[in-house]
Design a binder for this molecule. Sequence first.
Ligand code: URP
Ligand code: ZN
Ligand code: ZN
Length: 467
Amino acid sequence: MLIRNGMIYTASDSYKADILISNERIVEIGEKLKPSNNTEIIDVAGCEIFPGGIDAHTHFELPSMGTISADDFESGTIAAACGGTTTIIDFVTPLKGQKLSQAVEARHEKAKKAVVDYGLHIVIVEVGKEILAEIPNIVRGGITSFKCFMAYKDTLMINDTELLEVLYAAKKHGALVSIHAENGDMLTFEMNRLMAEKKSGPQYHPIAHPAEAEGEAAHRAVILAGMSGAPLYIVHLSCNEALEEVKAARSRGQFVLAETCPQYLLLSDEVYQKKGFEPAKWVMSPPLRNSSGLEKIWEGLRDGFIQTVATDHCSFRFKGQKDMGKKNFLKIPNGIPAVGDRMNLLYSFGVNKYKLTRNQFAAVTATNPAKIFGLFPKKGTIAIGSDADLVIFDPKKKGTVSTKTGHHNVDYSAFEGFKLDGMPRYVISRGKIVSNNNKFTGAKEWGKYIKRKTFDPREWGLKINFK
Ligand code: URP
Ligand code: ZN
Ligand code: ZN
């Protein structure tokens, strides 16, 4: 395949050139490249070519709060593909008492249905001799990042001692620890207080998840990581309280990275004022924050304190799933659909609103997650030898985010009505066109599992204290 006349944008460069693809990889980049007889030619004059998006945080088919998230690896990756994302990293979430290897095997079975490439993180829900002994094998299998929860008391949450065990083990084996930073005790206290006052509607969800609880947990995670000398990645950072902790750590020379999501850049807690049960659509953790803080998150992203934008896609139908919590907001399954919207939203509301340059857009949606999670340079850039994963934006194409045109397997959109100014014309996964103007053109089970490399601090030039 020869892609002609597009403007190429990577994290570092902007230039006009043709791209020649063979055997799923980029083999040549240059001016006026010559096709051979059977080369498929695509002319994309006027379009902008970016590295295929990498969403490093999705939860497809996740058993949660008595139900299962609505997008499985097939519908979820179709939505990803149509929205310009060509790699996702999902999670293995073991049950307590389950061997990590067993949980990994089961997740691989589910993930076979993926239509774009995927990697896996693993959640460490408990810490003991057996779990720690399994870690080298997990890392050898390409799962080189561990997520730890400081919230969800009595289910996923681990305590500080356990977190330190994971940090030391991760450092030893070249893995990266990612953190859901909310103080579980503070949340539980607030939840109990609200319930005692019979405040059980979905509008109380954000009250039970105050920004102070995120700031406190981010602080503690940073201190524990600093003590262990391990690098740290804070997932779904939603507020300035947590961002300030990241900045303070970085100013001390500590190795701390952060991720945010489109919802924390573009939506605010005003949605929780909607009538009736409607706010349940945005019940997620952390919750949406005050609109006055959104600009701070954009600034953190632009200034490099936040390196990635993922989605934390965890979709539940409004009717039949979210409404399990109609009488009690604690029973509303947490999460929103977003994997198909991320690239579109960041292009229209980041690039087009002068909050991110096109190179920064490439960096935060693809290059940085690739470098952080051991996928670079196979993924995350446009270079000779890299997988031919591309998203070709037509800056003139306009649209509106909507359940009707989206591909998520749910009955609502968290971003309904957002106007898009520029959308993907073609999305290419390993040389195959998987989406043409928002129509899925890929193939069943096209996605391959990517064994990720161990964490390489040299990609970042930040101080890491290997004691
Ligand atoms: O509400 C959310 N974010 N659900 C998904 C699980 C998590 O905490 O990442
Ligand atoms: Zn989380
Ligand atoms: Zn998540």
